[in-house]
Design a protein around this ligand. Structure first.
Ligand SMILES: [Zn+2]
Length: 278
């Protein structure tokens, strides 16, 4: 995860347009920060013509609500991130924050509740109840508003699945930055859930993740950058930007042994079926 350094080059254009299913353009990144306009233009040049911008704390959710009104290539997601939920709950500020998110989620260009779930990597046992409560709240919100939901699952695979099964997952449920194994990928496909692969699937040591991708039906595969984080190979250590979703799409085509154009078309139409027209 690097937000500093020189920006990596814009990759060769894809043969058909795709969507970056999850990015955080509000974060400044790079030694010489690039405007949102520039990053969107670079993305379009690589064939990444549309993005889902995610604001997962109150301030960035407000930023997202403004940005989606400004940029036609962008629709938005809002939520309280599981790690943030634990911090806010400890200060007694979670309920107000969630109320703001629930309000913003009603915006016409906010198309997904994102990102919510469980993170046992950054948050210790003391924050688990707060994360569970926030996860349940976001599931209920997605269902109430008939929005898709993007899940953040870090070191919490079985607990995430348990909560989804107990509460009933929203009809359109996406694992953002999927990090599970082939077993979880198969289970997700059986449940009709979608898996969004980030730059991590391009890493040299990510054989397990590529094995998970290999068993995922193409019509349940999405790609994302999670930029400015998780820069794909071979640009690790530099700031990520939506254009680099093109590299991840190429890896998807390689791993699934599918024609690249077909992969792009599938990603594009699945994204649109999840979030609606841009
Ligand atoms: Zn994210």
């Amino acid at each position: 995860m690097s937000r500093t350094g020189q920006w990596p080059p814009v990759p060769e254009a894809l043969p058909a347009p795709i969507v970056d299913n999850h990015c955080h353009l509000e974060y400044p990144a790079g030694d010489e920060p690039r405007s949102v306009e520039q990053r969107l233009a670079d993305a379009a040049a690589a064939g990444v013509t549309r993005v889902v911008q995610v604001g997962c704390e109150v301030e960035s959710a407000l930023w997202t609500a403004d940005a989606v009104a400004q940029y036609p290539q962008m629709v938005g997601g809002v939520a309280i991130h599981p790690n943030e939920a634990a911090v806010l709950a400890a200060k007694g500020e979670y309920d107000d924050a969630f109320a703001t998110i629930a309000d913003l989620a009603r915006g016409d260009r906010i198309r997904v509740v994102s990102e919510t779930g469980l993170d046992f990597f950054r948050t210790g046992p003391e924050g688990r109840d707060a994360q569970m409560q926030a996860f349940r709240d976001h599931i209920a919100l997605a269902k109430e508003l008939d929005l898709p939901m993007q899940i953040h699952d870090r070191d919490a695979h079985s607990e995430v699945v348990e909560v989804l099964e107990r509460e009933g997952a929203p009809e359109r449920t996406v694992f953002h930055c999927f990090s599970g194994d082939a077993g979880l990928a198969k289970l997700a496909a059986q449940r009709g859930w979608y898996l969004s692969f980030a730059g991590t699937v391009t890493f040299k040591n990510a054989g397990g993740l590529r094995a998970a991708l290999a068993v995922t039906p193409l019509d349940h595969v999405l790609v994302e950058t999670d930029s400015p984080f998780l820069t794909p190979h071979p640009h690790r250590g530099t700031p990520n930007h939506p254009a680099l979703a093109a590299l991840t799409a190429r890896t998807v085509a390689d791993v699934l042994d599918e024609d690249l154009t077909r992969v792009c078309e599938a990603i594009n139409s699945t994204s649109e079926s999840l979030y609606g027209p841009w």
